[in-house]
Ligand binder design. Sequence first.
Ligand SMILES: Cc1cc2nc3c(=O)[nH]c(=O)nc-3n(C[C@H](O)[C@H](O)[C@H](O)COP(=O)(O)O)c2cc1C
Length: 200
Amino acid sequence: MSAPVPSFYDDLGETLAEAWRLIGRGVADRRSPFHHPTAATIGIDGRPQARTVILRSCDAAGRTLRFHTDGRSEKVRELAADGRIGLHFYDPGSKIQLRLAGVATLHRDDAVADAAWAGSRAFSRQCYGIEPGPGVEIGAGGAFALPEGTDEATAGGRANFCAVVASVTALEWLYLAAAGHRRARFRWDGEALDATWLAP
Ligand SMILES: Cc1cc2nc3c(=O)[nH]c(=O)nc-3n(C[C@H](O)[C@H](O)[C@H](O)COP(=O)(O)O)c2cc1C
């Protein structure tokens, strides 16, 4: 006998709620596969660019996600040129993939950035003080310097710190199940939600 299907299996509303629940767990639980999504941007040359980031916060009601990065990084240059962003999550345990589309805003010198910086630990702040900045060519693998991990030493990294807030406009769900896969798409136009099943 096959395992019973979860309550969200054939319920669009529960599917969406489960998606946000998993994303929320990704923020809180460092061991969750949803803790480190892939963020995709449009490269300056038009090519797709993708990289792992750590999910720092999620607001299901406001449909926003936040991650942190270095303001000198290539992704910030890309998002400043075109704020469209994709976020990809996959949990091999639950066999659930999420693909989010949204628009990113960059916060370097405002209350959002201040609060995000205040909420991060010295260990996390350390990388924003790296010299030279991320992506700069160096003559040897170790030819860069990081500040000490103290509050005082890492304070200088604040000038490079950037909080990226993605406002989600679409979410696509894929659940691989022995009983039959389920794929659903949720799109928002303002507060109006369009939800539909898709052929997997
Ligand atoms: C597990 C993991 C977590 C990462 N988290 C972040 C992060 O939260 N923010 C970030 O800017 N880069 C993070 N990185 C590094 C990025 O994947 C990427 O290499 C770096 O930001 C440079 O990307 P860019 O040149 O596209 O800007 C992480 C990498 C790994 C492997």
